[in-house]
Design a protein around this ligand. Sequence first.
Ligand code: UDP
Ligand code: MG
Length: 309
Amino acid sequence: MKIDRLSIVLPCHNEESNIPELIKELSLVLKPFAFTYEIIFVDDGSKDSTFKIINDISKSNKFVKGYALSRNFGHQIALLAGIENATGDVIITMDADLQHPPEIIPQLIEKYEDGYDIVNTRRKYDKKTTVFKKTSSKWFYILINKLSDIKIEPQSSDFRLMNREAVDAFLKMKEHNRFTRGLIRWIGFEQTIIDYETNERFSGQSSYSLKKMITLAIDGVTSMSSKPLRLSLYLGFIFFVSGLVYGTYVMFNYFSGINITGWTSILISILIIGGIQLLILSIIGEYVAKIFNEVKSRPLYLIKAKTHK
Ligand code: UDP
Ligand code: MG
């Protein structure tokens, strides 16, 4: 399949120092190809001059387009905003901090030409990847794969190519809680994966704090599966059986004339059972909150400015 028009979608949050370099590298990589292309930036409520820089460059570079969201909606929603506004028959999504190397784009295109609908990528770690990033990412995937119904490759990222059919399928999913990697697995089609080495951030700071990662993990699990709700069934069963066993033991002692003094055991069981009830309530709460969000059906994002008509 020949590409007619390629769209590159880049969500950015406080990336002012990366944008000029990014455009330079992308233009260099895309120049040899025969197709036309557009570079779409989605400014996700940056506090710096990200959008101003995009806007200035778009005046002289007709390949560059930008949208500014009305506030920070988060990486996953910014990604969606870009994909929804992309006009290409093939779309590549990537990070704006050059951690997803533009040099890999020809490999993605090659796989597309081999007939794949979606080309995913998986980052290989290098010596510079921090232990924090490695460990948190490892646990993230263990959690998601154990608790949800969909298998997601460890180290996979939101650097991927999709053809128009896959994009249209992806856009049919209107849910508010968007865990892109899971949704992409869910839609199916012919998918493949390639490896790349991650670069250090060209400049600026990662916007993903531990708090944002935990939120992404909880959202990932609760939006892809209802398995956590079943936890209460198992826990309830375990506690019921332990109660029966302990009750039998107490009765046995009573009839054998041994008195059981119970302060400690009462306190411990109240604490454990109370804790577990709260845990289960909060799991149910997560799902209720998700339902609440979906029912309100607010728009997923709002655009406050564009670089073009
Ligand atoms: N990003 C975004 N909105 C956010 C946080 C991040 O659009 O609220 C963008 C960010 O500009 C970058 C990409 O998402 O292009 C990945 O973010 P980051 O580099 O901070 O994450 P990391 O590479 O550390 O996982
Ligand atoms: Mg990054």
